[in-house]
Design a protein around this ligand. Sequence first.
Ligand SMILES: Cc1cc2nc3c(=O)[nH]c(=O)nc-3n(C[C@H](O)[C@H](O)[C@H](O)COP(=O)(O)O)c2cc1C
Length: 171
Amino acid sequence: MARLITLASHSPSGHNAQSPRWRVIDSAGQIKKLAGTVIDWMRWMVDNQPGIAAELHMARAIRRWEAGSDVILRGAPAVVVAHAEKMDRTAPAACTIALATVELAAVSMGLGTCWAGYFWAASLSFAPMRKALALPDGHQCFGALMLGYPRFAYQRLPLRRPPVISWWDER
Ligand SMILES: Cc1cc2nc3c(=O)[nH]c(=O)nc-3n(C[C@H](O)[C@H](O)[C@H](O)COP(=O)(O)O)c2cc1C
């Protein structure tokens, strides 16, 4: 993981600010606790923001968690968090590029990743999640990846719609 993150630290950052900082969580107990805190955030969302909760299928995620399935961090052995100063204008892009670099480079090391979007969303606003993550003062999580050894090998690329491109030419 240190090699992966060192590699990702070569990814571009605006003004060469090199703002991404990294938090690696690789304790099974801590990962389970954080996933449970994300579920607590979802319970809060179902009660207080039912529209968004429905759009993001939170009630279903809570039911599956209660049935014993970790639909938040998927039993991953590690979570890699990119964080930076909250007000740093370069941080959203720099952290996303750095995490995407980790995602691509992980494959070459026989590792698999999955973006932890629910985890990230909970970390933005839910006080118990912010407390549990304990990032430095003034810092915000700008994205996170689950990381582990993949159970499945892809036989082909997932299908995609053709890209929508408009060509700007002189004709
Ligand atoms: C920003 C972002 C957030 C995501 N958050 C989650 C997540 O919280 N949990 C999860 O299992 N997958 C998450 N994913 C993975 C998507 O569910 C996955 O990319 C999607 O199913 C489409 O499949 P694809 O990877 O072939 O595009 C996320 C992906 C992105 C790009």
